[in-house]
Ligand binder design. Structure first.
Ligand code: MN
Ligand code: MG
Length: 672
């Protein structure tokens, strides 16, 4: 196997300095420092391209500057990335959709990662957003190995018989001073994983071309192989979140069952854009926020966009291999895993997540380290081009386009996107078999606070628009997709979306309204219909889309063109290719036979074309749905401080400010 590499760290000599304390003497113990980023989403410079202003809390340049500091303080270190690095910013889209890569040109994210001195990386689900050939072209210039044990071009009888897209793992060596005063290489095994849902989310690029196995299944097959090849410390580069403790086949967030597998010493998690260790995980079974461990194994999840840098320090001792964690330590399943004299074994470790910038007491942000100039330099030549592309005019709006109340009231952004999508599909279907059917548009807010924070809203003033605004209104590289559904199926779709809200007891005062586990991008509002949502009833589907209350229906009074929706009526539902392929687990989606229209252009191009064609738009929010009245009942929800400028809320909702929320949010009260 050609998976073994020996590379010295760029900033450190690789060995403990002369005169360092021998192993067992506290701070001088031999240790390995793993430094991790995840979900960079093509964010290099500390700049918010959507808002066109500095964003000190993000970007690989700052994270790499901090990484350089952490590496200088550690004799043996590795810089690793956990995937989702190519897509997710206007820079990523410019390269991936806008103009591609010229011959000899290096993808700016890869150039930045090369400059940062990455030792290895794995891929995330979003690496496939621009198709397989683009990914392979971009990765060809990486000066670090990229591994993935469960992404296959063809499946075999078992994981080890699969024809993999990339090497499943790599072993990297680091010189380390040993107890006898000598220097012996520590062999670090790095193995990558991504969620099996990847093929569904990117079905338009991947159907029949890529197959992704269950994460735990692939780990069970390849970790022993990695041990047999001589890895003394095994690190999972796991593009997966921290979810259920029990393994379920095909699970998306598999960090916990993965950490429990014998032979895995460290878990670098990601994908869900959260921070571990962090307060959000306090008290969860199997996790220790104080010790930075998942199932006893040192672990970290470093936020997103370069917001955090993860580090895991692993103390190693001379001797046979074992597990770094306290829980489940012991045999690692690796026959011949070095053993005896000359080997290393991990003893214990701890994960930490450091923000790249912290909020100062008086406002403003203080960077944890200066940006790495070489990383910034990799993005600079593209920066002007990205801004010029975003500065291009894109029509005019007579009304503000903001999403502060998108989860609770009629929303002008959703209304505009729905109008553009409906017009596009109507034109495409004209004259065809489906021409006579009602066209409905299911659109969900892309930006509505949540994990993205109090600035994560669309906020565009009336006036001329640019492509920057269009990118803000539709940040994903999805394409529209039209499905043939029955009225009954659409009603079920609405129930899935209505899981956005917690159940509210009639008469309650200031009850919490929004289920924080339910991402806003699954709150589909179906334009073309009218309906009510009754909060007194339990949600029929939970946040993951499971049918949990088959006897309950929250959505009522569904009308189409002023008359009750006939469950048997054949309608066209416009959504995205992501949703149509099963993203979000909407009932009725995921079946190719229902697709009546798919393919380019992207939703964003559809929106831009609509703005160019329609003349000045006036997106008065359309009242699609309302809460069923609950007299004497109030609920509270959070929105950004910018929401205050847009009261009274659209649609005549009785919304009033109710003080400060947490983390910079403002709280609002809604009378039902
Ligand atoms: Mn991501
Ligand atoms: Mg991901």
């Amino acid at each position: 196997m050609q998976h073994v590499r020996t590379a010295p760290p760029p900033d450190a000599g690789g060995a403990l300095p002369a005169g360092a304390a021998p192993p067992g003497a506290g701070a001088g113990r031999p240790r390995l420092r793993l430094i991790a980023t995840t979900d960079l989403h093509a964010t290099i410079l500390p700049w918010d391209y959507f808002a066109d202003r500095p964003a000190p809390g993000i970007g690989l340049a700052r994270a790499a500057g901090l990484a350089r500091r952490l590496r200088a303080a550690a004799p043996a270190s590795l810089l690793l990335d956990n995937g989702d690095f190519l897509q997710g910013s206007p820079l990523g889209d410019l390269v991936g959709i806008g103009r591609g890569l010229a011959a000899g040109e290096v993808h700016p994210v890869i150039a930045a990662m090369n400059a940062a001195g990455y030792d290895a990386a794995t891929i995330g689900n979003h690496e496939f957003d621009y198709g397989l050939p683009f990914l392979e072209r971009a990765l060809a210039d990486a000066r670090f190995p990229v591994v993935s044990a469960n992404a296959a071009l063809a499946l075999g009888a078992g994981p080890r018989q699969d024809r993999l897209l990339l090497p499943p793992w790599v072993i990297v060596e680091r010189a380390l001073a040993g107890g006898a005063g000598g220097e012996r290489p520590l062999r670090v095994g790095l193995i990558g994983f991504l969620p099996p849902q990847t093929t569904m989310w990117n079905a338009r690029h991947l159907a029949g071309r890529l197959f992704v196995r269950d994460i735990v299944e692939a780990a069970r097959a390849f970790v022993p192989e990695l041990r047999e090849a001589g890895a003394e410390v095994v690190v999972a580069l796991a593009h997966t979140g921290i979810g259920a403790a029990r393994h379920a086949p095909g699970m998306e967030d598999a960090a916990l069952p993965l950490a429990r597998l014998p032979g895995i010493d460290v878990v670098l998690a990601g994908h869900s854009h959260l921070v571990f260790p962090g307060a959000a995980f306090a008290g969860r079974p199997g996790l220790s926020v104080a010790r930075g461990t998942i199932a006893g194994r040192p672990a970290v999840m470093a936020g997103a966009g370069g917001s955090h840098l993860g580090s895991v320090d692993v103390a190693v001792a001379a001797g046979a291999a074992g597990a770094a964690g306290a829980e489940g330590a012991g045999a690692t399943g690796g026959a011949g895993a070095t053993g005896g004299a000359g080997g290393w074994r991990p003893e214990r470790g701890r994960g930490r997540a450091r923000p790249v910038a912290r909020r100062r007491a008086g406002g403003g942000m203080r960077a944890a380290a200066p940006a790495c100039p070489a990383v910034s330099a990799a993005a600079r030549p593209w920066d002007a081009e990205v801004r010029a592309a975003l500065d291009r005019p894109a029509g005019t709006t007579r009304t503000a386009l903001q999403s502060y109340f998108a989860l609770v009231a009629p929303d002008p952004v959703l209304a505009l996107v729905a109008a553009a999508q409906t017009a596009h599909v109507r034109a495409r279907l004209a004259g065809g078999a489906a021409a006579g059917r009602a066209i409905l548009a299911a659109v969900a807010p892309a930006r509505a606070g949540g994990r993205g924070g109090p600035a994560n809203y669309a906020d565009i003033a009336a006036g001329p628009l640019t492509m920057r605004d269009v990118a803000q209104l539709f940040p994903y590289p999805n394409q529209p997709c039209a499905l043939a559904l029955s009225g009954a199926e659409v009603a079920e779709w609405l129930e899935r979306a209505a899981g956005q809200f917690l159940r509210v007891r009639p008469g309650a005062q200031d009850a919490a309204l929004i289920d924080p586990a339910f991402p806003c991008h699954n709150f589909d509002v179906v334009h073309g219909l009218g309906y009510t949502i009754d909060l007194a009833r339990p949600a029929r589907y939970d946040a993951e889309g499971r049918l949990v209350e088959p006897g309950s229906r929250r959505v009522g009074a569904i009308t189409l063109a002023g008359r009750p929706l006939d469950p048997a009526e054949a309608v066209i539902l416009v959504t995205s290719d992501y949703r149509a392929a099963g993203g979000g687990g909407f009932p009725g989606a995921g079946a190719a036979r229902r697709v009546v229209l798919a393919g380019p252009p992207t939703c964003r191009e559809v929106l831009a074309a609509h703005l160019a064609r329609a003349g000045p738009v006036e997106s008065s929010p359309v009242e699609v749905w309302r809460f069923a009245p609950m007299p004497g009942t109030t609920v509270v929800f959070d929105s950004g401080p910018g929401a205050l400028a847009h009261l009274p809320a659209p649609g005549g909702r009785a919304i009033a400010p109710a003080g400060d929320g947490e983390g910079g949010f403002r709280r609002f009260r809604l009378a039902l």
